[in-house]
Design a protein around this ligand. Structure first.
Ligand code: NI
Length: 190
């Protein structure tokens, strides 16, 4: 296992659509995933896409920690997913299940120290293949849906500022109270 170097915004690998994994059972894929998980945990982050470690493959790892849900507020809480264990997605595809989007604060390991308000679909379905080659077909809401949208954007060469509607909310964590709150969560970077 190794901790891999994380590409920063501006690097071509983060702007280029990643290639489909032809054989999810290839040992090179499980080796990549192990290194991605170690790199993500070391950072620390809650999600990582292969292009962020200079690999142009459609592979994502993420989890949803306790305390990072509740972004839909009181009204949406009942239908919002809770914490999720570490998940590996190979060749993921997202389908929005609603037109509704909600803004939430995001950070990214490829844009260190920055965060901003990003609108994301509140409910999605994602399909992928797992490390075992078995199909994954999941309906996600709230923060779970946000993380998956953020990570899958990396596979298409899109960084979260490109999704922002108000760039004035982009800033260094710790400068405003809201960003400070975010940083105190400690593990908010994707
Ligand atoms: Ni990211």
């Amino acid at each position: 296992m190794s901790i891999l170097k994380i590409a920063r915004a501006g690097h071509p690998v983060l702007k280029t659509p990643a290639k489909k994994v032809e054989n999810p059972l290839d040992p090179a894929v499980s080796s990549l995933v192990r290194d991605m998980i170690e790199t993500m945990q070391d950072a620390p982050g809650i999600g990582l896409a292969a292009p962020q470690v200079h690999v142009d493959k459609r592979v994502v790892v993420f989890y949803v920690p306790q305390g990072r849900t509740g972004e839909l507020g009181q009204d949406g809480r009942e239908e919002e997913d809770g914490p999720r264990d570490l998940t590996v997605l190979i060749n993921p595809v997202i389908e929005p299940l609603t037109d509704e989007k909600v803004e939430g604060i995001e950070g990214c390991l490829s844009l260190p120290e920055l965060s901003g308000l990003v609108p994301r679909y509140t409910r999605i379905r994602y399909k992928a293949v797992g490390l075992d080659g078995e199909p994954i077909n999941v309906t996600a809401s709230g923060f779970h849906a946000r993380v998956v949208q953020h990570e899958c954007d990396h596979l298409d060469g899109v960084l979260y500022p490109q999704r922002m509607e108000d760039l004035s909310t982009l800033g260094y964590a710790g400068v405003s109270d809201r960003m400070k709150l975010y940083v105190d969560e400690d593990e908010g970077k994707e």
